[in-house]
Ligand binder design. Structure first.
Ligand code: MLT
Length: 276
């Protein structure tokens, strides 16, 4: 998968952020937010498919990829402030936001708190709900296991749940690159983020306030945030479209990038048309 050469860094909200900035200056901006525990390279195929008509930004959330951890305790609220601070540093008033899973939790928090900064949302394999008591318990157990058995074991266990069964034969490269992303994440970032995810607040009650167009995409075989989560958000967001991505689990953008990119481009083009 292509690595983008134009990787930059900036300071935002008291930490160093690594980001890529591709495509046309002056064109509408789309910002990609990765899931847990990955990094901005998970969006390479989407970046490539949009650079002809958008300015495309993907960044590493603090503690992931090449971004620093900073000093503050991780939380979805902090990650949202980081996003706004990145937009301010890049002088971006308004953007289309695309987040997968944890990236979607951040996108939902951002539209709730800073609605004027976004013109459209793409929410992929995500949910507006907070963790259940059972999910919190699993996160605590995962933290204990990472501390006891290390990151490699955690990476191998995670991979089993992230992909649709057929991806294990069809998408070997994607699986290897996701494994590498997890392996390159520090134990500290994994544990701090698991805790932050377990403490996150629901955003479901704000869905009815979303005034911008929203595209929801979910892998048909996503067992982490299954299609029913996308369906729930679709029913509660007025101007929303739901696309179920076949041949994909939780990482629908990597497992079926052809369909994902087709839907993404169509949506972004329609948002552009409407804003002309
Ligand atoms: C993700 O992909 O970001 C995670 O699955 C989110 C989560 O564990 O809730």
């Amino acid at each position: 998968m292509a690595e983008f050469e134009n990787s930059y860094s900036l300071n935002a909200n008291n930490h160093k952020v690594s980001y890529t900035d591709e495509g046309k200056y002056g064109a509408p901006v789309i910002i990609f937010i990765h899931g847990f525990p990955f990094n901005k390279s998970m969006w390479n195929s989407q970046i490539e498919s949009l650079t002809n008509f958008c300015r495309v930004i993907a960044y590493d959330i603090r503690g992931f990829g090449d971004s620093d951890n900073g000093r503050e305790e991780f939380s979805i609220e902090l990650f949202t402030k980081d996003l706004i601070s990145i937009m301010d540093a890049l002088k971006i008033d308004k953007a289309i936001l695309c987040g997968l899973s944890m990236g979607g939790y951040i996108a939902l928090n951002a539209i709730e708190n800073y609605p004027e900064r976004f013109s459209a949302l793409i929410l992929s394999d995500t949910s507006c709900k907070a963790d259940t008591a059972e999910a919190i318990e699993k996160r605590i157990k995962a933290i204990e296991n990472i501390r006891l058995n290390g990151v490699e074991k955690y990476a191998d266990e995670s991979i089993k749940k992230l992909f649709a069964p057929e991806s294990f034969t069809r998408k070997i490269e994607a699986i290897a690159s996701v494994r590498e992303m997890i392996m390159n994440t520090s134990e500290k970032s994994l544990c701090n983020t698991l805790l932050a995810l377990s403490l996150r607040k629901q955003t479901c009650i704000s869905l009815c306030n979303i005034k911008v167009p929203v595209l929801l995409m979910v892998g048909m075989e996503d067992i982490i945030t299954p299609p029913v989560e996308g369906q729930f958000m679709h029913e509660n967001i007025k101007d929303s479209t739901l696309k179920i991505i076949e041949k994909a689990g939780h990482l629908s953008n990597m497992e079926n990038s052809e369909e994902f990119n087709y839907q993404l481009r169509r949506f972004v083009e329609s948002v552009h048309q409407d804003s002309l």
